[in-house]
Design a protein around this ligand. Structure first.
Ligand code: GLU
Length: 420
């Protein structure tokens, strides 16, 4: 029993133990690598529009500070807990280390449903959250970014609140800000773009012709919608299935993704989008396609459906979409299903966040094409390293990716030593 007690945290720990066994991490060093350095819980009382006062719970977990500040998103979701936040922070550590970014992982957020709050209430809860976090974050301590349920506007409120307290504009305290206050061109699209770039590398390797391929994308938020648009319009893959929290849609002739995107921009979700058939959201994952992109929530690929997946490429846009038990089944099917594990697949977001932070620190701006080129170079390098390690050591792509990340953190901890 510990303060992180939660199924998702347990899953992150189980994944870590698999890696620790594989790379023979001494038992004495495991807890030090696995448990978060710091965890902060705050209560946020807010004046609601109806005159009442409501309190929300907020969290921030900083996993390790060995390589530099911690970095990670802030999610506003109804059931957020300390355990889930800690699991996500741990995954951020391995993700940043795999991409060779000078960061430890972090994650934070507020247990709330942002769609049920007015703009004024949302601003209130966002500003209050940052205000409570001021003693614990900073451009060289912990840098927040966006995640589920948050956006550029919320990052702007965070930045403004922090800056007002410091007395000057501190753009480098958050990433994923609007471009008008030091945000980076292309940050919003970066996670989805990275997902699609890696899918293209996998298709090259497997000699798959995009024009003959179909894709199903679960989740139509910032990652899923950008990935769907790029797959359909740039890569030429036929997107036959999409879903969000309200509906799952399938059309074997291909879905007009531009129309779906415009529909969501107007209506807020896919519920009333009528250009495809409604299907059971769980069944969508096991329908036939070449590329399956879970880009919504964690633990959607489980022992119940892992042996039923009919895709050739599983590109994990979400954090933690596959449980360790499902992983064992997928390992047995490694010749049929090519997995691009989450900490590689969705790393585009934090990589471009890193560029945004560096630009903020240096008061310097790069163009969108410079940012995208640099992003693809890092992803290409990480992808090649993961594939090489998996082949040489005969391990899964996930094990290879996580081992590279965990080893980098472990080496840094060993080099710095244990004080006192
Ligand atoms: N939310 C993103 C992730 O899960 C990254 C957030 C950031 O840029 O810090 O990778």
């Amino acid at each position: 029993m510990n303060i992180y007690n939660d199924d998702v945290f347990q899953m992150a720990c189980d994944q870590f133990q698999v890696i620790a066994d594989y790379i023979n991490i001494d038992k004495n060093d495991r807890d030090r690598l696995m448990f978060p350095k710091r965890a902060i819980a705050v209560t946020l009382p807010i004046h609601m529009d109806d005159g009442s006062t409501q309190t929300f719970q907020g969290y921030r977990v900083q996993h390790h500070l060995t390589l530099g500040p911690t970095k990670g998103g802030t999610r506003f979701t109804p059931n957020l807990s300390m355990g889930e936040t800690a699991a996500l922070a741990m995954w951020m550590s391995w993700k940043c280390a795999l991409a060779n970014l000078p960061y430890g992982g972090a994650k934070g957020g507020i247990a709330c449903d942002p769609t049920m709050l007015s703009r004024r209430e949302l601003e209130g809860v966002s500003r209050r959250y940052m205000q409570e976090m001021i003693p614990f974050v900073g451009p060289h301590t912990d840098i927040m970014g966006p995640d589920m349920g948050t956006n550029e506007q919320i990052m702007a409120w965070f930045m403004d609140t922090y800056s007002v307290y410091q007395g000057y504009a501190v753009s480098e305290i958050v990433t994923g800000k609007p471009v008008s206050i030091g945000g980076t061109e292309g940050r919003r699209e970066s996670t989805g773009r990275g997902v699609v770039y890696l899918i293209e590398r996998a298709m090259d390797m497997l000699k798959m012709d995009p024009e003959k391929c179909t894709a199903i994308i679960q989740g139509f938020g910032n990652v899923g919608s950008v990935a769907a648009l790029a797959m359909a319009l740039k890569v030429g893959v036929k997107v036959v299935g999409i879903s969000d929290a309200t509906v799952a849609l399938f059309n074997p002739e291909g879905i007009d993704i531009k129309a779906a995107d415009q529909h969501v921009a107007k209506k807020g979700n896919l519920r009333a989008f009528s250009e495809a058939d409604r299907v059971d959201p769980n069944e969508l994952l096991t329908m036939k396609c070449d590329i399956l992109v879970p880009s919504a929530v964690d633990r959607v690929i489980t022992v119940k459906n892992a042996d039923k997946l009919q895709c050739r490429i599983l590109a994990e846009g979400a954090n933690g979409p596959t449980t360790p038990e499902a992983d064992l089944l997928l390992n047995e099917r490694s010749k049929e299903v090519f997995v691009i594990p989450d900490i590689l697949c969705n790393a585009g977001g934090v990589i471009v966040s890193y560029f945004e932070w560096v630009q903020g620190l240096q008061s310097f701006l790069w163009t969108e094409s410079e940012v995208t080129d640099k992003l693809f170079r890092i992803l290409q390098h990480s992808f090649a390293q993961v594939i090489k390690r998996a082949k040489e050591h005969k391990v899964s792509h996930r094990t290879a990716a996580m081992a590279i990340g965990v080893e980098r953190v472990m080496k840094a901890k060993q080099a710095r030593g244990l004080f006192p």
